[in-house]
Ligand binder design. Structure first.
Ligand code: ATP
Ligand code: MG
Length: 432
């Protein structure tokens, strides 16, 4: 089926769904396949549940005489092509965001700022992959003035695939760091993959890059691209500095050439959020959002996702950052915790997954850094940490630590909990 024909059908529909359990009345169902499911088998149910049409790619699921079934060669490609077609039809200006850490936070902060002035579409939650990006684009409406699209990657070529769907006009790489090394092969692999966003922008007549100029890798990668910079140096378009982080980030910022200094108290935990917040200031300024509204948006923004949460229990204060961990974010979290003003600091760290051949070395580096931090107590969870040279308490997994906590519960401590999601450190929270 021609994309232009399908597009006409899409325009008459009430959005797109790929989940037969969520079928808004009049929507277009697209049957995707996963490791454990075949969406084609759910097309009939989707139509029953309210979808107006169902795009499938296996002829045996067609029902003769029922013209609500639309057959294509490959539903995933159809979804992606439809999204690009729609994006082109509307011509909305799109800002693409990628990077190793801080994409979602940066996207949310930018959205908070830009929505003070514009009708904005932005990625919902963390829907940043080859399915989430097209679904995001298909939510674009003519009234949207700008769109902010998060793009994630775990293998080389992932970002190229996403930029060729979203065709962003502008781009921001939050940072390049060590994550998914298994998939990328090396740190160079990470840089090359994130750089696919810049490669795309280089093909445009008038691209714009929002550049965190404190990062030498990014600065090098962005060479030759028109850019607007942010960072701690006074020569940046937006310069900012940390003024407090105990535990919530406070910072000040200034626009180049202006004397007025803005002070912002955020509800974000972690000094590593400074560049994320400065990115939002930079986009706000670039798109002429009133400075007072920028400050207000950043002051009022309260993170909804379960990352970097502060929780006070009856006995302890917890900083829970147990959703993901890689060497860059682990170091950032520890550095933040180290500089936090609090007594009796305890770090509970879980293994960093997916590091491939670099795993042993990266875990050792974290353990070595812990020596410098001088926390009152360090607890390591998982085989990778256990295998390093260190003198800390270790547990094989979260259940083993829970058993120990049941015997003796810490009290009066400030506790950082950080590890890869797979280590399930979130499960220990109720025992603290
Ligand atoms: P994902 O790959 O899961 O989509 P993400 O890039 O969207 O992650 P966030 O969800 O915004 O990132 O943040 C995840 C964690 O990364 C935070 O809890 C924090 O530990 C760390 N982090 C956030 N911003 C930065 C930063 N600028 N530099 C280093 N680490 C950061
Ligand atoms: Mg994210």
């Amino acid at each position: 089926m021609e994309i232009s024909t399908l597009y006409q059908i899409f325009c008459r529909c009430n959005g797109v769904t790929t989940d037969s359990r969520r079928c808004p009345e009049g929507s277009l169902f697209i049957a995707l396949k996963g490791e454990n499911f075949n969406g084609n088998a759910f097309a009939a149910k989707a139509l029953e549940s309210g979808c107006a049409y169902a795009v499938i790619d296996e002829a045996k699921y067609l029902v003769p005489g029922d013209d609500r079934y639309l057959l294509t060669d490959n539903c995933l490609l159809t979804l992606q092509h439809l999204a690009r077609h729609h994006r082109r039809q509307l011509g909305t200006r799109i800002i693409g965001i990628t990077g190793t850490n801080g994409k979602t936070t940066t996207k949310e902060l930018i959205a908070a700022v830009l929505s003070r002035r514009y009708r904005l579409l932005y990625t919902e939650g963390n829907l940043n992959n080859h399915i989430g990006v097209p679904l995001t684009l298909l939510r674009l409406k003519p009234e949207h003035e700008l769109a902010v699209v998060e793009m994630g990657a775990s293998h080389p070529g992932d970002i190229r695939e996403l930029v060729e769907i979203a065709e962003p006009d502008m781009g921001l790489i939050t940072n390049v760091g060590k994550a998914h090394l298994e998939g990328f092969g090396s740190f160079e692999g990470v840089m090359r993959t994130k750089g696919e966003l810049y490669d795309w922008l280089r093909t445009l007549p008038a691209p714009v890059v929002f550049l965190h100029a404190d990062n030498p890798y990014l600065t090098k990668m962005a060479a030759g691209l028109p850019h607007v910079t942010y960072g701690e140096g006074a020569d940046n378009d937006i310069c900012g500095r940390l003024t407090g982080c105990s535990p919530f980030l406070a910072f000040e910022w200034k626009k180049r050439g202006e004397t007025e200094t803005h002070r912002v108290q955020t509800q974000l935990i972690g000094s590593y959020n400074l560049p994320n917040a400065l990115a939002a200031v930079t986009l706000g300024t670039y798109f002429d959002v009133d400075a007072a509204l920028i400050d207000q948006a950043l002051t009022e923004y309260a993170p909804q996702n379960n990352r970097s949460q502060l929780k006070r229990t009856a006995d302890n204060t917890l900083i829970i950052d147990a959703y993901n961990a890689n060497p860059t974010s682990m170091t950032a979290s520890l550095a933040n915790f180290r500089q936090m003003e609090a007594a009796h600091k305890v770090a509970i760290l879980g293994d960093m997954r997916e590091l491939g051949a670099d795993s042993a070395e990266e875990h050792q580096k974290i353990v070595d850094y812990l020596e410098e931090c001088g926390f009152e107590r360090v607890i390591l969870v998982g085989g990778q940490f256990a295998a390093t040279r260190h003198s800390y308490e270790t547990y094989a997994d979260a259940p083993a630590l829970i058993e120990a906590l049941k015997q003796q519960k810490p009290a009066g401590k400030t506790i950082l909990i950080k590890g890869s999601n797979g280590v399930r450190l979130s499960s220990i929270v109720e025992y603290l």
